[in-house]
Design a protein around this ligand. Structure first.
Ligand code: NAI
Length: 502
């Protein structure tokens, strides 16, 4: 019962738009007979033709042999009526994202399919439990959340609804794994894994922008060139569509009863209202018209390198800077003095790793942002305030330039850009693990494969040390006490458990 569904068994796909076609192609290439049904007349037949054309392209590119393509085509059929899905061992639904419509569809399907058929929804934002709520046999109902384009992206979130039986989860998991996908298990919570944990990647960037801390191009460059992310949040949401991205954010926020950790962005709201939806409308955060110039990130003019610096205490995640400075010919004195961790510049100013405090609270402090890897990062991000002398800012710029980095200077943003984004991702991941949403390993897999993160948040947290995100969020929470930055109970527990164990 909990083994993968046999390849000779029929897979039905209901709703043959973007996702339905992709999922059908995956099941078909894996060897199943596939039956397609769509309520719009003619749509299923069009999908059969579209999938056939896609298989032809795979043959042309040498990724599928011609005989396999012919055999696949012989296994793919459009159904005129749901009654033709009666022998399906698995039905995957990918219709319109509307709870009542999905509930009605499954109530009808349950009258047609056998009692041992597995039923699955590809919903990205509705409760799997709610879709199955009225079913006679909700135990065989799971979420199978594929990512677009389904034939190319390996991740599938296998979602266990409140009434889902373990055997159904195991069977669905084994089936998509046999299709060559990388499944992860997760509980039925808003946004599942990826759409829940990824929220701050967008939201923190939008907040820094709303606070006047930096412009979109600089924030994108910080997350890409310093944080190691494949794309920045502004360019990525332009690609996804601002309306689509905002709808996910709002849905997760509403589903969590307006938890401030998930509050949407007013700036993004206005963007959507103005019709600037991203690439598809020719304008989003950035312009996309023919010949439109993409704004450049702020990059500081060349400044002289300091000849000598002093490092006080342990730089922690930024320790590599010591070796980099020495390799660049800068003399580095190290002292164990316990006045906090900092780099002292020749003019007496200080350089401190982003910790959630603001520069204006101190005399002559420049903050620098967290990097995924200080050696390979091509950009360093600094933040200064009115209490920072120009000389200190110039020395800090010169130091990072001497290490071969471009340098961006942003406003006095507590937690800066990369550090506060990563701290929030770590917090949400720790919270999700503690609440049984998914295992730490599955969360990391989902974030790497679903949204291309350079490392999963749990692994990143391990690299930074147990207390790092907790301490940064504590400081941020003290300055922005909306609840958004309050460290989760999971982070508190982990910090104190590790301190105890140490
Ligand atoms: P789509 O609009 O491309 O296709 C939906 C299809 O369902 C249409 O062909 C429509 O005629 C058909 N349909 C609507 N009501 C129906 C009914 N009652 N019975 C049978 N067919 C019906 O939509 P898309 O983008 O493929 O999304 C489908 C589902 O997949 C939604 O639940 C969506 O949230 C989810 N999803 C979408 C992703 C995406 O990137 N587009 C990614 C992951 C999940």
């Amino acid at each position: 019962m909990d083994e993968a569904i046999g390849r000779d068994r029929t897979v039905a796909v209901v709703g043959t738009g973007t996702m339905g076609q992709g999922i059908a192609q995956v099941a078909l290439v894996a060897g199943h007979p596939v039956r397609l049904y769509d309520s719009a007349p003619g749509r299923a037949a069009e999908a059969v033709a579209a999938i056939g054309a896609r298989l032809d392209r795979l043959v042309e590119k040498g990724r599928l042999d011609a005989a396999a393509r012919e055999a696949a085509a012989g296994r793919l059929h459009a159904a005129e009526d749901p009654s033709e899905l009666a022998d399906a061992a698995l039905v995957v639904e990918a219709i319109v994202e509307d709870l009542a419509v999905k509930q009605r569809l499954f109530a009808d399907l349950e009258k047609v399919v056998r009692d041992d058929a597995l039923l699955a929804t590809n919903t990205s934002s509705l409760s799997v439990t709610a879709i199955a709520g009225g079913l006679r046999l909700p135990g065989r109902f799971v979420g199978l959340h594929f990512f677009n384009p389904a034939p190319l992206l390996p991740l599938v979130e296998v979602v266990r609804g409140f009434a889902t039986e373990e055997t159904a989860v195991t069977r669905a998991y084994a089936t998509v794994e046999a299709w060559g996908k990388t499944p992860v298990r997760c509980a039925d919570t808003p946004g599942f894994i990826v759409n829940r944990i990824a929220r701050p990647f967008y939201a923190e960037a939008f907040r820094v922008y709303e606070e006047g801390g930096a412009d979109p191009a600089t924030i994108d460059a910080a997350l890409r060139e310093c944080g190691g992310f494949r794309m920045g949040p502004f360019e990525l949401t332009d690609l996804i569509g601002q309306d689509v991205n905002e709808a996910v954010t709002r849905s997760v926020w509403e589903s969590f009863f307006q938890d401030p950790k998930f509050t949407p962005s007013l700036a993004q709201r206005r963007l959507v209202e103005s019709g600037r939806l991203g690439r598809k409308s020719g304008h989003g955060w950035y312009p996309y018209a023919e010949g439109a110039r993409r704004p450049e990130p702020h990059t500081a003019e060349p400044a002289p390198a300091p000849g000598r610096i002093t490092v006080e205490g342990d730089l922690g995640p930024a320790r590599e800077l010591i070796a980099l400075a020495r390799e660049a010919g800068i003399a580095v004195d190290e002292t164990e003095e316990d006045r906090g961790t900092r780099i002292l510049l020749p003019g007496g100013g200080q350089l401190v790793l982003a910790d959630g405090q603001t520069s204006v609270e101190f005399r002559d402090v420049v903050y620098f942002d967290l990097a995924l890897d200080y050696r390979t990062a091509t950009r360093a991000v600094l933040s200064a305030s009115g209490t920072t002398s120009r000389e200190t800012v110039r020395e800090a710029i010169g130091l990072f330039q001497a290490l071969g980095k471009k340098v961006s200077v942003i406003g006095d943003v507590p937690g800066m850009i990369v550090a506060r984004t990563v701290a929030m991702l770590i917090d949400l991941a720790a919270d999700a693990v503690a609440k049984g949403v998914a295992s730490a390993e599955d969360i990391d897999t989902a974030m790497r494969l679903g949204v291309n993160y350079p490392v999963g948040p749990v692994e990143w947290s391990g690299r930074l040390g147990p207390a790092w995100a907790h301490e940064l969020l504590d400081e941020l929470h003290a300055r922005v006490p909306t609840g958004r930055y309050a460290p989760s109970l999971a982070l508190y527990r982990r910090t104190y458990a590790e301190m105890d164990g140490a």
